[in-house]
Ligand binder design. Structure first.
Ligand code: AMP
Ligand code: MG
Length: 488
């Protein structure tokens, strides 16, 4: 596919020292077929949306890795990571970076094929991906974007025509992922462990120029890098908490430096509010449970800080002190972001010291009554109190009065309060049973219409339209808890 389709690649990652990547081409597949294309994202990347059959075929060939777009320089990134607390050498085992699309708006965005074949980092894996999980990543990452949460995006899914062998035989697929970059905490862990001082410094400099160009050259720029990453992650994880998103596998290789959510393997949105909620089939200890995510964020950032120690100060003790002071800020920043977000969810414009207690009391009531997280706030935002499962309880009546008194102590009128609430409480989230239903239709029957309708509804989570109602219903009670799988 040539420039006429709008590809405009640069390959700055390929100009980094050799230890940071391996040049490798995608492995061709049998019969690529484009099944999902994100037209608005394609448009914003400057890629032509495809009308003719011939163009669709050519596009499918590119998104399958069978044909390289002009200007691409395919590579697999090296990284390492703490996976469930254990340090391992990793790397993109099944993801190949084609290059960086330079957009008209002046952005530099990674275009990466996930499931494009084996790379030197594949270890025992086949380098491939199954259709269901790739469609799942498409749906959830696009839902996150619509929710206003920084995330990698999904441009396209192609089926390969080749089977992949997991517990059963599944149809193979490739997802095209778009990201501000794929630089992870794990990339720095790799640089610190296997790079020399010069390589580590050049990697940090590259990251600064790509993501934090405003960092002043005259200050301690590596300390500023650390602080900026802490700031972005504190904001990101607070946003997850505010919509009930559970990442499921917050390993250090799944935490970006850009502050975008990455890796939609075992993630899911929580229905019933319970901080102990875990969906991932492999997270036996609840390390990545909903309520633990803010803490794990801090743990991962401490690992990031460690990699920067030699750059922070020539004196080891002073470097450690600088890192510790920066890390200590994380929980403060997280709390601030979370509190601000929670106030907005409850229609509160200004600050009072008792707000935190008011919020905590509501969460306690929700937990005790096993209330649905999203629908509780939705009912409050719609002023449909009778829909709340704890509507008739005295404890709620008391809380409600306190809340109304609190709203009465600010200047904003009732309709502004409701507007603020509806802007901050999604009317829909990608509920697991709805996502599964869309995936089943697509994977088992080749029917993508269920997924397409779901994507439309998820693309406007804050509109509070009647179309949302059907997507707010809870799953039928089932004995088997919902489980997600990673590395699928
Ligand atoms: P993930 O669970 O997707 O974060 O993957 C963890 C590590 O395993 C990453 O380094 C992946 O690149 C690699 N990996 C996951 N699945 C495969 C696969 N099917 N083939 C090769 N490598 C894989
Ligand atoms: Mg990963």
């Amino acid at each position: 596919m040539t420039k006429e389709f709008g590809w405009n690649f640069d390959n700055s990652y390929a100009r980094l020292p050799e230890i940071f990547f391996s040049s490798v081409d995608p492995s061709p597949v049998s019969s690529p077929k484009l099944v999902v294309l994100n037209e608005s994202l394609a448009d914003s990347l400057g890629l032509k949306v495809l009308a003719s059959e011939k163009e669709r075929k050519e596009t499918a060939a590119v998104f399958a890795g069978n044909q390289l777009p002009e200007g691409s320089a395919p590579l697999a990134q090296a990284y390492a990571g703490h996976q469930f607390g254990h340090f391992t050498k990793l790397g993109d085992g099944r993801a190949i970076l084609l290059g960086e699309q330079m957009t008209q708006a002046g952005e530099r965005l990674d275009i990466q094929l996930k499931g494009a074949g084996r790379t030197p980092f594949s270890r025992g894996g086949d380098g491939r991906a199954a259709l269901g999980p790739m469609l799942r990543e498409f749906i959830i990452s696009e839902a996150m974007h619509a929710l206003g949460i920084p995330t990698t995006r999904s441009l396209a899914v192609v089926t390969t025509g080749d089977p992949v062998y997991r517990e059963t035989v599944l149809p193979g697929a490739i997802l095209t992922r778009v990201a501000a970059s794929h630089i992870r905490v794990g990339s720095f862990q790799y640089a610190a462990k296997w790079g020399n001082m010069e390589e580590l410094r050049s990697f940090a400099d590259y990251t600064i120029s790509r993501h934090f160009p405003d960092i002043d050259a005259n200050e301690n720029r590596y300390l500023s890098l650390l602080k900026e990453v802490i700031k972005r992650q504190a904001a990101l994880i607070a946003k997850w908490q505010l919509v009930g998103f559970i990442h499921g596998v917050m390993n250090t290789d799944n935490m970006t430096i850009s502050g975008e959510t990455i890796d939609y393997g075992p993630c899911a949105f929580m229905d019933t509010y319970d901080p102990a909620t875990v969906f991932s089939s492999i997270d036996m200890q609840g390390r990545y449970a909903y309520g633990n995510q803010p803490y794990i964020g801090g743990w991962n950032l401490a690992r990031f800080a460690e990699t920067l120690l030699p750059l922070l100060h020539v004196d080891e003790e002073q470097a450690l002190q600088l890192a510790q002071d920066a890390i200590a800020e994380y929980s403060v920043l997280f709390r601030q972001n979370w509190l601000t977000g929670m106030r907005s969810k409850l229609g509160i414009f200004n600050e009072e010291p008792q707000d935190e207690a008011l919020i905590d009391e509501l969460l306690e009531i929700m937990q005790k009554h096993r209330a649905d997280f999203t629908n509780t706030f939705r009912s409050l935002a719609l002023d449909k109190l009778e829909d709340l499962v704890f509507f008739e309880t005295p404890v709620f009546a008391k809380w409600y009065q306190q809340w109304q008194d609190r709203l009465g102590r600010q200047a904003e009128p009732k309709d502004s309060v409701q507007q603020l609430m509806q802007k901050n409480n999604p009317g829909v989230i990608p509920r697991n049973h709805r996502v599964e239903e869309a995936l089943a239709a697509a994977v088992e029957q080749g029917d993508y219409s269920v997924m397409e309708r779901l994507l439309v509804v998820l693309s406007q989570p804050f509109v509070y339209s009647p179309e949302q109602d059907a997507y707010c219903t809870l799953p039928e009670p089932s004995n088997a808890p919902f489980r997600t799988y990673c590395g699928t």
